[in-house]
Design a protein around this ligand. Sequence first.
Ligand code: SAM
Ligand code: SF4
Length: 500
Amino acid sequence: MTTEMPTIMGTDLRTPQAAEAADAARRQSGEPSGLRPRPAPEGMKRLFVKTWGCQMNVYDSGRMADVLAPLGYAPAETAEGADMVILNTCHIREKAAEKLFSELGRLRAAKQAKEAAGGRMVLAVAGCVAQAEGAEITARAPYVDIVLGPQGYHRLPEMVARATRAAGAVIETDFPAEQKFDHLPEASAPQGPIAFLTIQEGCDKFCSFCVVPYTRGAEYSRPAAAVIAEARRLVAQGAREIALLGQNVNAWHGEGTDGATWNLARLLHALAEIPDLARLRYTTSHPRDMDEALIAAHGAIPQLMPFLHLPVQSGSDRVLRAMNRGHTADAFRRIADRLRAARADLALSSDFIAGHPGETAQDHAATLKLIEEIGFAQAFSFKYSPRPGTPAATAPLQVPEAEKDRRLHEIQSLLRDQQERFNRSREGIRCDILVTGLGRHPGQVAARSPWLQPVHAEAPAALIGQVVACEITEAHPNSLAARILGGAAGDHPREEKAAA
Ligand code: SAM
Ligand code: SF4
């Protein structure tokens, strides 16, 4: 459980322990993540991308690197001496703009040093802060060359060309009519055993507290054929698990390969037919879009992992109404029941906001009650922070900071207990795990459980990329230890308790 956004680095979603530990520290510090740093090959231009925010931003950073690869840019390890630096920003968290400007201040010196040595560093600000702040960025930091919103990444090559030729910044924050996905090249760098695939962007729901509809624009779903083709490529590159991404991923509905309109459940069934794709997940979902077909898919598709991140935000109907969420606390309870009826071992995760404007002590108690009743395997909880331009930011009855802190603390200690209890309930269970990389200690591998926990086990590196059967031997607050079992994956029924 964390108080920050799931800030995730590289190709990993809270999986190998090393990445997890580094990432947890980064989340605590609010530090951003870099882009799969590799030394730039001789003769290539060096590109450094720094990413703040969720996995969708990490995915976008990868696609920006892909779009710039034909121009001769290869990922670099540091900003110092780079030919191009992209800051891919996130506007969800508090003080996002301040963090950006302090990073820009540091980069200014690196850019000047490069110029003093006769070189050129193209400095770009991308992502949701770029979208929200636009020309304000170049007004405050005139040395920035490019400002581009999340829908304009396919225009990067043209913008880089314009920036290197012209004096003054190139700004692109209008949502272009054509969709960026149609213009992006195929992803080049393999993501590893776990891969991410953006299938949906934007949001039309306008929750009172959230900037996403303003920065990411209207809901857009990629056609099924494009998603399936990208999934096949990822599997050919070694992915065994694919996480489908979207701000409202379960609102996905797109043209199916048969010409009919498909929903997410139908898409998941089609993806499950890809040979060698062992595991599927999707995130982030909205309770309003959790339809019957999708709930049933959790019982019907063995590749769909028994874990769902389904943000509820509050347990009080009054607050949910003020948030414009469009669902009640009971509607969420019913969804949780139906999901668990479809798949008994399904673990739930959620997001909570403490201290939304107008939230009373009674409303807060209703949130604690909902958490107690549902029982979460993990969750993210945030102190409400006003985002300029959103209705909640100017709503009356803002909750005092100290009270927000107190409520957040209560929510978090309950969620922490539940997470620890859930992890302990895995001890002695036999299940399949996906081996994702080397572990922290010699002879160890890092893996991921069906319920998204990082797992470590003594095993040879040759198992990386394989789904293997294991017995969970020990639970830790944020991870599990396991013993690899002989035999093939799937030999053991899911969630089978080992004989005492
Ligand atoms: N689309 C998802 C949904 O509707 O649940 C959530 C996406 S949002 C990018 C991720 C989480 O950030 C939200 O679920 C919410 O808990 C949190 N969040 C967004 N705006 C916030 C704010 N102004 N203050 C505190 N937390 C916020
Ligand atoms: Fe933000 Fe609400 Fe849209 Fe989620 S559903 S992205 S919280 S506006």
